[in-house]
Design a protein around this ligand. Structure first.
Ligand code: AMX
Length: 427
């Protein structure tokens, strides 16, 4: 029995009822003003979406269902997925049931997404390969089949759940194959049914994780990148496509297309480039004075210090702290990690000198790439694929809940600049 699905069968009607009653009581209440700057500024700070899986608080960082992601850093990605959907961490039977469910589905993956990867130009970006392989599997969608059979609206979420679980069980297999095609011997490694999700991902990548520490990093990395509220580009793109009832293969692909941008999923590779450049310039781990000079040079040339700053946070990102603690435990001696530590000691003090910078502290990207690099993943352009595989947990959880709530198609009103100017002139 799929215990997560059974739980959701009880919970989703309650969620739906709660929102229905809330809207009945309070749906017409006005909750805010909109500034023209917000509209033209990426809709920043406009509370116009709801998302219950996670939230970011300026002083606490990312909370998943009210629990700091740092406290979840020793949990399995499967446990966090369960938490996002049900508001509770699973008990032993529930987690075993979910893991069995994922393993059962893992072996049902069709062969053709692997052929898609074989046939695509091999100099394509790994994200292109991943997205094409995901879209190619759209013909497997249970939602599409059941929709054509006339499924009731109340049951949409169940079909979305089926597709989502298949995606969680399949996508890491595709990602690992892309890694092996592009950077390894090109041979596909097969699933081991006695393993958990991260153990299998690690095994399929073929990294040679003799002490199990890379698998531990994959678990941490996945949990930390799994979700980040609903308004970021990947979550929102997936949510928006899903609201048209595009099936999860299309919706997730829409989210991942957004993730592939340099302002979203690529930041961790920028950090790594910056650290390696500093190390090359100074011939090893730079001193505090050298990093100070290097950072000042970066700022003078009009660039940002990658890995520092955040649009909401005002404290050290707890996700950075979790990676930092992992680094202290497993790669203390690594010169790259030692450089991360020097940067952490020096850069916040430099950024604090500029009053415009609201958050001078490290964000999650300041340490994540360094850890992947330590374990031998030196191909920067694959890092976004790790982010994508992790983020699928969050965006599919959000999709399942959105269809569970019966959310309608998204259709915010756009107005012309002429209209905004007219409004501005009236004020
Ligand atoms: N180095 C130099 N200048 C910085 C800075 C940094 N690390 N962080 C912020 N600033 C500057 C901004 O560029 C902005 O300058 P401007 O007014 O001339 O455009 C000013 O300080 C005010 O910015 P802010 O309000 O504090 O932050 P923001 O919401 O505009 O930007 C972020 C947030 C993350 C884009 C920004 O801090 C930044 O560019 N950081 C470096 C890149 C990075 O680490 N990105 C990853 C973020 C995490 C993620 O989403 N993956």
């Amino acid at each position: 029995m799929d215990r997560l699905k059974e739980r959701l069968k009880k919970i989703i009607p309650q969620y739906r009822e709660e929102i229905k009653n809330f809207l009945k009581e309070s749906g017409e209440k006005i909750i805010g003003n909109i500034s023209i700057r917000s509209v033209y500024g990426g809709m920043r700070d406009l509370p116009v979406l709801f998302c219950d899986t996670s939230e970011i608080l300026p002083e606490k960082g990312l909370l998943i269902r009210g629990i700091s992601v740092k406290e979840l850093s020793n949990k399995l990605p499967e446990e966090v997925f369960f938490l996002m959907l049900t508001q509770n961490l699973p008990d032993t039977e529930e987690i075993i049931s979910l893991q069995n469910e994922l393993n059962r589905r893992a072996k049902l993956i069709p062969d053709y997404p692997f052929t898609v990867i074989d046939d695509i130009p091999q100099d394509s970006h790994p994200m292109t390969m991943l997205i094409c392989a995901i879209v190619s599997m759209e013909r497997e969608s249970i939602f599409v089949r059941r929709y054509a059979e006339g499924m009731r609206k109340e049951d949409y979420w169940e079909a979305i759940y089926e597709d989502s679980l298949n995606l969680v069980a399949w996508v890491y297999q595709i990602a690992a194959y892309i890694y092996r095609k592009k950077f390894g011997d090109g041979k596909r490694i097969f699933h081991d049914f006695s393993f958990d999700w991260a153990q299998n991902f690690s095994r399929l990548l073929g990294i040679g994780d003799w002490d199990g520490n890379f698998t531990k990093l994959l678990r941490l990395y996945t949990v930390i990148h799994s979700d980040n509220e609903g308004g970021n580009v990947s979550a929102h793109s997936c949510h928006c496509a899903g609201s048209s009832l595009a099936n999860p293969y299309y919706s997730v692909a829409a989210g991942l297309c957004g993730l592939s941008g340099p302002l979203h999923g690529l930041a961790n590779q920028e950090v790594l480039k910056w650290l390696l450049e500093a190390m090359e310039k100074y011939g090893g781990v730079p001193s505090e004075k050298q990093i100070e000079d290097f950072a000042e040079e970066t700022l003078k040339s009009g660039k940002v210090i990658p890995g520092y700053g955040h649009s909401i946070l005002k404290v050290i990102d707890p996700r950075f702290e979790a990676f930092y603690e992992f680094g202290e435990k497993y790669c203390e001696e690594d010169p790259l990690f030692q450089t991360v530590k020097v940067v952490f000691r020096v850069v916040p003090e430099i950024l604090k000198k500029n009053p415009k910078i609201k958050d001078p502290y490290p964000n999650l990207d300041a340490g994540s790439g360094c850890l992947l690099y330590h374990f031998g993943i030196k191909e920067f352009n694959f890092y976004t694929v790790f982010f994508a595989v992790s983020r699928i947990f969050g965006i599919t959880a959000q999709l399942i809940l959105s269809r569970g709530f019966g959310e309608p198609i998204e259709s915010p009103k756009s107005m012309t600049t002429r209209w905004f100017k007219e409004q501005a002139n009236k004020l």
